[in-house]
Design a protein around this ligand. Sequence first.
Ligand SMILES: Cc1cc2nc3c(=O)[nH]c(=O)nc-3n(C[C@H](O)[C@H](O)[C@H](O)COP(=O)(O)OP(=O)(O)OC[C@H]3O[C@@H](n4cnc5c(N)ncnc54)[C@H](O)[C@@H]3O)c2cc1C
Length: 395
Amino acid sequence: MKTLIIGGGIAGSALALALHKAGLASEVAEARPDVEDSGGAFLTLAPNGVNALRTLGLGDVPAAAGGFELSGIDFRNSRGRRIGELPGEADQERYGARGVVLRRARLQAALAERARAAGVPYTFDARLERLVEHTDGVRAVFAGGRVVDADIVIGADGVWSTVRRLTWPDAPTPAYTGIVDCGGWTAMPLPDTARQQMIFGRRAFFGYSAHGGLVYWFTNVPHRREPRRGELDRLDQGRWMADIRALHDGDPDPVPAILAAAESSLGAWPIYDLRSLATWHTSRICLIGDAAHATSPSSGQGASLAVEDAAVLARCLRDRASAVAAFDDFVARRRDRAEAIVRMGRRIGDRKVTSAVGSLFRDLMLPTFLRMGAKAGQEQYRYRVDRDGPSGGTS
Ligand SMILES: Cc1cc2nc3c(=O)[nH]c(=O)nc-3n(C[C@H](O)[C@H](O)[C@H](O)COP(=O)(O)OP(=O)(O)OC[C@H]3O[C@@H](n4cnc5c(N)ncnc54)[C@H](O)[C@@H]3O)c2cc1C
């Protein structure tokens, strides 16, 4: 069976590797011109994502991609007082893994290099433009006219999936969350942080962790109006950083110092999510990763879900007699979990925005909200792809 994967991001490359491990061949078509190991922001791969990589024999990838482990989160209010925590010191014992902070482009590049080394054919500069499904297979047409025929096509092409748009023109489009995310990494002599530091600032939410002389920081800018596509792609960095510094003016140390040291951000990303699609597959086409269920970064789970999807879909394709039976099985195993996480991400993001508006009661309410969020997060960490559910252990 010839499997064509559209998109060589986290989901696409992880799927190519999972299929290879299952003894199934595939090829990947990626719109970017080449493997890029720079650009984009950083992300946190949750313990369940690290475990999903291990299931695929890729447990060494986060470290090879320059990742560093973190355990837990401290939450602070706009005066710097600690108002909540997600203790992570026992993550290794509880979940079998710790979360890892790493640069997204490096993770993508490491997975793509690993797949190519395993013999998976990659075509870069291959932007899908048309898709025709017929009784015997699927024809994919790329910019420039290249044509690829395959038995099945997997849409791993991200939140703005072309596969989704071409296959289900009436499917819901991603919903804007009211947040523009921005951040980067900045050289600064802060001591390494054992936990991520999250601050409900006076006007915006800020997060950072320090490791090896670099501070990895982000801010969630509340931005009610949905930016036009591409509007934030070429910002004047001087003015943008001045606005970000003003947004966090008066927030507790070391937020202003980090922003003073940061000359630029790596980008400004309007945040979207995709709550629920009527279906993820036809007889020969199936969506995975953000293409099926994009979640806001506030859930901290998008990349982990992408790797989990890859592991589960490869197993279904290996074990089921037909592609459509495999897709049915895959969706039955994945949909509830993924959609619950999308809803969780939206709830957390909304709370970040409303708490930034400034309320008399927010410091009273936040600890309760954080306790609920911590419990929901810990439930996600326990999930194991090889068991289709939580591992044992206590939370
Ligand atoms: C600012 C920000 C911060 C985030 N932080 C976190 C975090 O801390 N933790 C976490 O787990 N997740 C985080 N995420 C989410 C995470 O990055 C995504 O969930 C994850 O990248 C999804 O992987 P994917 O492979 O499904 O999609 P993508 O990573 O988007 O990959 C899709 C690929 O498809 C390619 N493609 C697109 N269209 C076409 C086409 N027509 N033809 C061919 N190829 C195409 C793209 O070039 C891309 O390489 C964050 C996201 C953002 C925006």
